[in-house]
Design a protein around this ligand. Structure first.
Ligand SMILES: NC(=O)c1ccc[n+]([C@@H]2O[C@H](COP(=O)([O-])OP(=O)(O)OC[C@H]3O[C@@H](n4cnc5c(N)ncnc54)[C@H](OP(=O)(O)O)[C@@H]3O)[C@@H](O)[C@H]2O)c1
Ligand SMILES: C[C@@H]1O[C@H](OP(=O)(O)OP(=O)(O)OC[C@H]2O[C@@H](n3cnc4c(=O)[nH]c(N)nc43)[C@H](O)[C@@H]2O)[C@@H](O)[C@H](O)[C@@H]1O
Length: 312
């Protein structure tokens, strides 16, 4: 168990969805000094610049929430960006943390590191046991490399470098871009736009049948702080909510919460991705952590953020 009080804490990617949630969560911890770097001033793919910045700032703890991130289509269509940028960011930041003597470093991965057809719920031991989902294998390989690099520093140099694997996330500062977003933000954007424009049809990508587990980013940030304090082992640890719903079910729920009563079309030219990725988060809950935010409540907040009037 380590205490965060009085620590210099670098939240990498502080303007992103996860990084901004971490800043909100950490602002409640007494005497914490939160360190941030604007991506316009510090490109984390630049190893020399990253090393110099970390050496000058001397963080005690690092939450590594900067990454090239996107939904299924962005991942599928820009494999070089997702593989190359994420590898480069991990190489820069993990090596810089080592050189600067950082006390503890937390890498954020993703549930897509696990095999496409992993047994459900997915245990951490499923890593590297079967092939990946093709749409996000590029991003997944980069994240797996990051997990291995943290483990390598732990094995060779005894460093407290840990890897957390969040499930699919949503929340404030999510990306609502129709082509680059993940499904929660995309669904809300599509349905709120349709409702506001008086349209009665919305298109769902793929078959609508894939199942996804969704977690509010404020629950994630709370879990990450909890793990920074209490967890110090090799290999990934899953961070999920246990709240699973189909893609069609998500669209129906958002329609209900937004007060939109239209019909759905399926665009089967778009990929489904993995059929199901429910995390087994029992190692996290065994440590005593519990989520707080129900999916319905989180979606209502997102609909609000999207500028709508809530109808329930
Ligand atoms: N979103 C999800 O559903 C999800 C699920 C599982 C895991 N995760 C993990 O959570 C972490 C954060 O994801 P997120 O959803 O918060 O993504 P996000 O909203 O896109 O934020 C990513 C952040 O990384 C920064 N960044 C990207 N490339 C950079 C570079 N070359 N140099 C410096 N900064 C750079 C961005 O800076 P700018 O703001 O300046 O662009 C942004 O602040 C990632 O590691 C991701 O793999 C996310
Ligand atoms: C957490 C992230 O999960 C990502 O996989 P993944 O859950 O399939 O990513 P999402 O983009 O959230 O898509 C989840 C499911 O929702 C369907 N879907 C339906 N309509 C839409 C829409 O309008 N937009 C989007 N985006 N999806 C839509 C999509 O086909 C897929 O089956 C990975 O590609 C990332 O690398 C990352 O790991």
């Amino acid at each position: 168990m380590i205490s965060l009080e009085g620590k210099r804490i670098w939240v990498a990617g502080h303007r992103g969805m996860v990084g901004s949630a971490l800043v909100r969560r950490l602002s409640g911890v007494p005497e914490v000094k939160i360190l941030t770097a604007d991506s316009r001033d510090l490109d984390l793919t630049d190893r020399a610049a990253t090393t110099a910045w970390v050496r000058a700032q001397r963080p005690d703890l690092v939450f590594m929430a900067a990454a090239r991130v996107g939904g299924i289509l962005a991942n599928n269509e820009r494999p070089v960006d997702f593989l190359q940028d994420n590898l480069a960011i991990e190489l820069s930041t993990i090596a810089a943390a080592f050189e600067a003597g950082v006390e503890k470093f937390m890498l954020l991965g993703s549930s897509c590191i696990y095999p496409k057809f992993a047994a459900q719920p997915i245990q951490e031991s499923a890593l590297l046991t079967a092939p990946l989902e093709p749409t996000n294998q590029w991003y997944a390989i980069a994240k797996i490399a990051g997990v291995m690099l943290c483990d390598a520093y732990r094995q060779q140099f005894g460093r407290s470098f840990i890897s957390t694997m969040p499930t699919n996330l949503y929340g404030p500062n999510d990306n609502f871009d129709p082509l680059a977003s993940h499904v929660v933000a995309a669904t809300i954007r599509k349905i709120v736009d349709a409702r506001n424009a008086g349209r009665n049809r919305v298109t769902i990508w793929g078959s609508g049948s894939p199942l996804r587990e969704f977690m509010h980013v404020d629950d994630l940030a709370d879990a990450l702080v909890f793990l920074m304090e209490r967890y110090d082992e090799a290999g990934p640890i899953n961070v999920g909510s246990g709240q699973e719903i189909s893609v069609l079910g998500l669209h129906q729920l958002v329609a209900e919460l937004s007060g939109w009563q239209g019909e759905f079309d399926l665009d089967r030219s778009k990929p489904d991705g993995t059929p199901r990725k429910l995390m087994d988060s029992s190692r996290l809950t065994a440590l005593g952590w519990r989520r707080r935010i129900e999916l319905r409540d989180g979606l209502r907040q997102m609909i609000d953020i999207c500028g709508s009037t809530i109808a329930v």
